[in-house]
Design a protein around this ligand. Structure first.
Ligand code: URA
Length: 445
């Protein structure tokens, strides 16, 4: 009798949690029933947190096989609602970025995909502790509404073809519980746990396919290139075994993306990108990810037609119109899109002077993010939307002594000194021009 039939024919006897922890600690492989039992026990709050933590640590050290990871992702997805978008005949593709400093591509790609004829659901949940989330950025548009029930979400996907909303608590709830635990137990970096986390929630949003931007570098939680490549392979492989089309790009996050970091400053930059303008690195990333989306969706058959499709919808204004439509339907004030000068601006702007002449050799994007976070966090613990940095000099740029490495926008002078420490130490200048970093390192399909 085949193993599956055998498994199905006998009764599953619930193991103890300590048995499961021991099994994984010693390098064992969980079967489907054990994984289902683990996920159910987390959902029903039957597994105590100390045993969840021990289990997460055992997985961190011993890993999971591709089969275990796929079952884990599937079970986490099924732990809540799985949105049914089958009544929408257009292709439905989700996009996920592991998060980076100055990364505003989700703001651009979501309406761009919709303009190209691809439905794009976008729930935004996980907060990297120093990265400004897409929803934080959108909150700089007055009255923009990010929380939505699932019915409204589906309705908007039908009518507008895109929506960027707060992660709904009914979507992969076990991932929410585990992610919080992992943040507090140094187990975020586990490849199978990241893979399960991303796939469970993105696929529960109803997408048929997924394009993932796996960032590596000092501005990402994945610091190591090899690990980023492995994560890209793990997501695409497990995604495929869950019968979804998946493509991942491994991209550089060793310097901020674009010219700005900061809430309103980044939305303004995203508006430029939606007009087919803006900084070159972001234009390239939007184009490459956009091409993956339209190809995965089947809207474009070849690389050339994918490129033409994406470029056309940026140039003819339809991506920007979609963005406006989405903001309007979600209650936001679209006059800010028509006139970006309306976004709040900081009281003070000053330069960060280069301490000597030379070439920008390396930038620590994580430090820039921390500097901005210090400047932007108000006494009430909220983000000041007007604050941030702009005109960021990128790796390879030549500067004279005293020339600005960036412009700093701030409202609270008392925070400037400690922010400056981070911003200054983010830069290393050298006499020789370094090789420019490769933005897109690998494509995994
Ligand atoms: N982002 C996620 O959504 N999940 C992880 O586990 C890590 C990053």
């Amino acid at each position: 009798m085949a193993e599956k039939t055998l498994l199905a024919s006998r009764k599953f006897i619930k193991p103890s949690f300590s048995y499961l922890i021991e099994k994984k600690r010693d390098g064992g492989e969980f079967n489907e029933e054990e994984i289902r039992f683990i996920v159910d026990s987390i959902l029903d709050k039957e597994m105590p947190e100390f045993q969840m933590a021990a289990l997460a640590m055992a997985i961190y050290f011993q890993n999971m096989s591709a089969q275990e990871t796929a079952t884990f992702a599937e079970e986490m997805m099924l732990s809540g609602e799985v949105i049914d978008l089958s009544k929408i005949t257009m292709p439905k593709i989700a996009k996920y970025s592991t998060g980076g400093v100055g990364d505003k591509t989700s703001l651009v790609l979501t309406p761009l995909a919709a303009a190209c004829g691809v439905v794009m659901p976008a729930m935004n949940g996980v907060d990297e502790n120093f990265v400004i989330s897409t929803l934080d950025k959108l909150s700089s548009i007055p009255k923009f509404k990010a929380d939505m029930d699932l019915k409204e979400f589906v309705k908007q996907l039908k009518t507008v073809n895109c929506a960027i909303v707060q992660q709904h608590p009914e979507i992969a709830p076990v991932d929410g519980i585990l992610y919080e635990l992992r943040q507090n137990t140094a187990t975020i970096q586990s490849l199978p746990l990241i893979t399960g986390s991303i796939l469970s929630k993105k696929l529960a949003e109803g997408a048929e396919g997924l394009v993932v931007d796996v960032k590596w570098g000092n501005g990402s939680f994945v610091k190591d290139l090899e690990q980023a490549k492995q994560l890209a392979r793990s997501i695409t492989r497990v995604g495929r075994s869950m019968k979804r089309r998946c493509v991942a790009l491994v991209t550089d996050m060793n310097q901020p993306l674009g010219d700005t970091v900061g809430t309103a400053l980044e939305v303004r930059e995203a508006i430029e990108l939606l007009k087919g303008e803006g900084p070159e690195d972001l234009q390239e990333l939007v184009l490459k990810l956009g091409m993956e989306i339209v190809r995965l969706a089947g809207v474009a058959g070849s690389t050339l037609s994918a490129k033409q499709t994406v470029q056309k919808h940026l140039k003819d204004g339809s991506a920007l119109e979609k963005f406006k439509e989405m903001i309007q339907v979600q209650g936001g004030d679209t006059s800010f899109i028509d006139d970006p000068e309306k976004f709040p601006t900081a009281k003070y702007i000053r330069k960060l002077p280069a301490p000597k002449r030379g070439y920008v050799h390396t930038i620590n994007a994580g430090m820039i993010a921390r500097g901005v976070q210090i400047l932007a966090t108000t006494k009430k613990g909220k983000m000041d939307p007007a604050v941030g940095v702009s005109e960021i000099k990128k790796v390879g740029t030549q500067v004279k002594q005293g020339e600005p490495l960036m412009m700093i926008h701030y409202n609270d002078e008392t925070r400037l000194e400690s922010a400056l420490e981070y911003l200054r130490s983010a830069y290393r200048l050298a006499p020789k021009r370094p090789n420019p970093p490769e933005l897109i390192v690998e494509r995994v399909a």
